[in-house]
Design a protein around this ligand. Structure first.
Ligand code: NDP
Length: 299
């Protein structure tokens, strides 16, 4: 069965981004002798992180980049992790460093992130990069919001003047997403757990980005006809209809009903998720270019 035309195919979009990255890697190697390198550091054995990290390492190799992967035991001391990050900061073959979050409770995440050289911070979480994003500067943009804004621009073109709402104000998704929409000249509302009349706020929006982590909390009939909906949420819920003990993934938006109103909407799974790793690879190419004084638009 054909996919309805208002459903944004995140998997296909991410495949296009990876193909572009692979082309850039070929050009960087051939014309500049630079092989972009990404280092991923994982501490402990969180199963979700392990799956995610395996995917990152595989996709990094597939686009022709240099990829290294450090797995440290859960009891690793903060100082040892900081030392590892400093080694990677000093390694000229590494252009991007990603420390997989969450870290074990005894480690101060913020302190570790602040150790990453801002120009190698391909997750865009360092305060230098969040500051640059907030002030319209040229930093590294967090991968998930970057993927969302790319999909929005691809399906809507110019976003100027549109009313956008971001539901959720986390540092990794909600806040940078709102900055990117503002940068694209949207009129932006940021909603959170204390927002009064969330339904009314969503009903007024031409663009809805949901990053809450609560299954289907944005109701389909809140979506204005013709709006674009980007659902960042990933929630696993029981699915007894699939058999005993079975589960399935849903987003933060009530998809079936929302899809009847939206001009464009991302599904979960298969929407924003695949774009996050693709944007990590894109950020690594950008970082490699900047560290070698090459214009990223030229490769
Ligand atoms: P956080 O838990 O850090 O933030 C959730 C936000 O939702 C908070 O700002 C919170 O408000 C707000 N919120 C909670 N309840 C309500 C409510 N009833 N009404 C309005 N707002 C509410 O989550 P993240 O931003 O890290 O992640 C959000 C979702 O996105 C999760 O499902 C996560 O798994 C997913 N995700 C997906 C990624 C991908 O690659 N597709 C990447 C990253 C995240 P307050 O600040 O007031 O508490």
């Amino acid at each position: 069965m054909d996919t309805p035309s208002n459903i944004i195919d995140g998997k296909a979009f991410a495949a296009r981004v990876r193909a572009d990255v692979a082309k850039s890697v070929v050009t960087l190697k051939a014309d500049h002798g630079v092989t972009p390198g990404l280092a991923v550091v994982v501490v402990g054995e969180d199963p979700a992180s392990q799956v995610y990290v395996r995917n990152k390492v595989k996709q990094t190799a597939e686009v022709g980049m240099h990829s290294i992967h450090h797995e440290l035991p859960a009891e690793t001391a903060q100082e040892a992790l900081v030392t590892k990050v400093r080694e990677l900061n000093a390694d000229p073959a590494i252009h991007g460093i990603l420390v997989q979050l969450p870290l074990p409770a005894h480690i101060d995440e913020a302190a570790v992130i602040e150790t990453i050289a801002p120009e190698k911070d391909v997750d865009g979480f360092h305060v230098v990069n969040t500051g640059l994003l907030a002030t319209g500067g040229r930093g590294m943009v967090p991968c998930t919001p970057l993927g969302c804004i790319m999909m929005l621009k691809d399906c809507l073109g110019d976003l100027s003047g549109k009313k956008a709402i971001v539901v959720g104000r986390s540092n990794i998704v909600g806040k940078p997403m709102a900055q990117l929409l503002l940068d694209a000249n949207c009129t932006v509302t940021i909603a959170h757990s204390r927002t009064r009349d969330l339904a009314g706020e969503v009903r007024a929006a031409d663009i809805v980005v949901a990053a809450v982590g609560r299954p289907e909390m944005v109701k389909g009939d809140w979506i204005k006809n013709g709006a674009a909906v980007i659902d960042v949420g990933i929630n696993r819920i029981d699915a007894p209809e699939r058999g005993e003990g079975k589960t399935r993934l849903v987003g933060d938006v009530e998809f079936e009903t929302a899809a009847k109103h939206a001009a464009a909407i991302t599904p979960v799974p298969g929407g924003v998720g695949p774009m996050t790793i693709a944007c990590l690879l894109k950020n690594t190419v950008t970082a490699a270019c900047r560290q070698n004084n090459i214009d990223p638009d030229s490769v």
